[in-house]
Design a binder for this molecule. Structure first.
Ligand code: GLN
Length: 229
């Protein structure tokens, strides 16, 4: 998409998967918006980068970073010990977690325990997919994006989905996901970070810029814009 105007600034190619509301939203004209997009633009403004977003499926993002085809990725990416083996993360910028979602009329899935042996849909390569693997006898279907696994749930092919709570709740509260509810408490506590390759020269600048936008009120403004808190 269109780089912001900052003549002479270092161009930073930033990967993102545009299917993760409200962190990444793709408008009809292809333009990106969302919490992560605003945050990345604010970080770039503070650090003196010009951002060029590259749309990529979530599952391919880590290998694309490792291959050096992009400079960074912002996409609601949870910082995990496993991922830290192959890529670097900035300081955390958002507290998140996984939740179970079911069809609105479902009464028998109330908690994690009731997921044993059930059909569950998840997004390929996500923390939700990793979590689902730990549920005894669950039959797991994998999809490339949230909109696809929610459709599978609505179609009645699976009993539940496991995905990021904030994204699911946002879509429900904004009328984008009808007929679906979130059950029980958060399954995990997770933190999103901006990812780069291990050899990136930009991580210090990114971390300093996150500290700046946290302390100068910009982060709060972006948070309120998307979460009305
Ligand atoms: N937070 C989840 C993960 O890192 C999902 C992120 C996403 O779908 N964009 O796996």
């Amino acid at each position: 998409s269109r780089p912001s105007t900052n003549p002479g600034a270092k161009l930073l190619k930033v990967a993102t998967d545009p299917t993760f509301v409200p962190f990444e939203i793709q408008k009809a004209d292809g333009k990106l918006e969302g919490f992560d997009i605003d945050l990345m633009n604010a970080i770039a403004a503070s650090a003196g980068f010009t951002v060029q977003f590259e749309k990529l499926p979530f599952d391919g993002m880590i290998s694309t970073l490792q291959a050096g085809k992009v400079d960074a990725a912002i996409s609601g990416i949870t910082i995990t010990p496993e991922r830290l083996k192959t890529i670097s993360f900035s300081r955390p910028y958002f507290k998140a977690g996984l939740a179970i979602a079911v069809r609105e009329n479902n009464q028998d899935i109330q908690n994690l325990n009731s997921l044993k042996g059930r059909k569950i849909a998840v997004q390929i390569g996500s923390t939700g997919a990793d979590f689902a693997k730990t549920i005894p006898n669950a039959k797991i279907s994998t999809f490339n994006s949230g909109p696809e696994f929610f459709q599978d749930l609505l179609n009645g092919n699976v009993d539940a989905v496991i995905g990021d709570a904030f994204a699911t709740l946002y879509a429900i509260n904004n009328g984008q996901l009808k007929g679906i509810k979130v059950v029980a408490d958060l399954l995990t506590e997770e933190y999103y970070g901006i990812a780069t390759s291990k050899s990136s020269p930009h991580m210090d600048a990114i971390n300093n810029a996150i500290a700046t936008v946290l302390s100068n009120g910009t982060y709060k403004q972006i948070y309120q814009k998307w979460f009305k808190a």
